[in-house]
Design a binder for this molecule. Structure first.
Ligand code: BG6
Length: 470
């Protein structure tokens, strides 16, 4: 594993933004699960602007855990929940006020290697880290920051430089929750532990690669956030390029950060996008969402065609599409293999229909589908069928991304956190179209976006639409 030099297990977890939506939905339930597994051995200090006390934080935590567990159909273990709340204290104040940090320092007396987790608006990352530094709280600490890391190449560089004034790179953990997903980590394990698969995973056998991230819901109550961001920044520059890197990378080696290094090689080999490589769509009705400009041209759908100039992938079309208000919610990587030619049976040529796809399902239900052609019963024909593995059915439940990432951050394992050089390289890929975006085309909610995106898969067997999640 990739460890920071400051390898000490964190001796406190300090969460800025503990009263926010993300904490309610993800962080607090993740802490409950870590407590249950005996992996949360530290005090938890919640910090937010709200005027409230410890008891309010405990009540909020109970409510969050009960809500999320109920929705998942799971029983809450009250003893575990009590153990968790007993670890928790609250500190309220203005994040830009030095007084808050003086009180925090007093509260943290004796703690030497805290993890500060910032789930707050990115505009506050700089001010909070500077205040932590001024209060002498950063020496043995690590700091985990939520996405987005910048809104463009320049702003990401600016933010990084600002944070590096106070922190070393090995103290900084940039969260991309997709890397914390078990089925995403599975990509590298499946690729490099199945001897039959790896020799085929290259340009000689792979015809094209598609990634679809479809969400059947819209922007809803996130209008003012989303309208400044759009799909390319929201999920392609980060989540989907990170997933793609795991699909394309070379086998990891013996360096200090084996997977991070290989992911970086991929990003550096992908050509920066041009307008011709991008189709942008916006669903009808988006402009009437509160917080969205009435003449907005922000995309809620994007399809991009990428070129990866490595020995393994040169010439293979790589297409990513992502959108809101699609027919279903699902994320899939499709590796489409070259077709077998027709085969001769005496004086007859047997045609080979369909596609040879290996489908890595990252959303729910996560798993793998491997296409294999079999004879159609009673007829002299072959059709592709799928060998399907559903991870939850076969392997049982797995930890949520936040459970995994918070734990890794506390033990100082950087493997699942994008390094600065990778983040910079991914911004370099998308920046040309952020500067000069092609026009946006409208689409009907509940469809697969503008049909113009079909041109990327024409001649490559068309899109494979993912199946419904449960
Ligand atoms: C977030 C985006 O980072 O990822 C959201 O801001 C998106 O717009 C979400 O819906 C998807 O995450 P997941 O884990 O539900 O696929």
């Amino acid at each position: 594993m990739t460890r920071s030099p400051a390898t000490a297990h964190s001796d406190a977890l300090v969460i800025f933004g503990i009263t926010g939506d993300l904490a309610h939905k993800m962080t607090l339930p993740a802490l409950y699960h870590l407590e249950k597994r005996g992996l949360l051995a530290v005090p938890v200090i919640g910090v937010a602007a709200n005027d409230m006390g410890d008891a309010d934080l405990w009540a909020m935590t109970r409510d969050a855990v009960h809500t999320v567990m109920q929705a998942a159909g799971e029983e809450v273990d009250e003893a575990v929940l009590t153990r968790l709340t007993e670890r928790m204290t609250y500190l309220g104040g203005d994040f830009t006020d030095a007084g808050l940090y003086t009180r925090l320092a007093a509260h943290m007396k004796g703690m030497k290697s805290p993890l500060f987790y910032l789930e707050i608006p990115p505009s506050l990352f700089g001010p909070v880290v500077e205040q932590l530094g001024a209060a002498d709280l950063t020496e043995g600490c690590r700091v985990a920051v939520e996405k987005p890391f910048g809104t463009s190449l320049d702003t990401a560089i600016e933010l990084n430089d600002r944070l590096h004034q106070v922190l070393r790179e090995d103290q900084l953990l940039r969260i991309d929750h997709y890397l914390g997903k078990e089925p995403v980590q599975d990509i590298e394990y499946v690729r490099f532990s199945n001897a039959w698969l790896e020799p085929l995973w290259r340009r000689e056998y792979v015809e094209s690669i598609q990634i679809t991230m479809a969400e059947d819901f819209g922007v809803d109550d996130r209008g003012s956030f989303y309208d400044k961001v759009g799909t390319l920044r929201d999920v392609v520059q980060n989540h989907l390029l990170q997933v793609l890197a795991l699909v394309l990378m070379e086998p990891p080696g013996a360096s200090d950060d084996p997977i991070g290094d290989r992911r970086l090689d991929v990003f550096r080999a992908i050509r920066p996008l041009t307008a011709d490589d991008v189709v942008r769509g916006q669903y009808d009705g988006y402009r009437s969402i509160p917080g969205v400009a009435s003449d907005s041209d922000t995309e809620t759908f994007v399809a991009v065609r990428l070129h990866c100039d490595t020995w393994r992938w040169a010439g293979v079309p790589i297409i990513i599409r992502a959108g809101k208000r699609m027919p279903i919610t699902s994320t899939e990587v499709v590796v489409r293999f070259r077709k077998a030619p027709a085969f001769r049976l005496g004086d007859r040529l047997q045609r080979v229909a369909g596609h040879d796809d290996v489908v890595l399902r990252i959303g729910k239900p996560s798993g793998i589908d491997i296409g294999i052609r079999v004879k159609t019963p009673g007829v002299d024909a072959v059709e592709p069928e799928f060998l399907s593995l559903d991870f939850a059915d076969t392997l049982g439940e797995f930890p949520s991304p936040y459970e995994r990432l918070l734990h890794d951050a506390m033990i100082g394992d950087h493997t699942l956190f994008p390094r600065w050089d990778s983040v910079e390289a991914t911004w370099e890929i998308v920046q040309p179209v952020l500067d000069d975006p092609p026009p946006v085309t409208s689409y009907e909610p509940g469809t697969w976006g503008p049909t113009e995106a079909d041109r990327f898969v024409r001649g490559h067997g068309g899109w494979r639409d993912p199946r419904q999640s449960t």
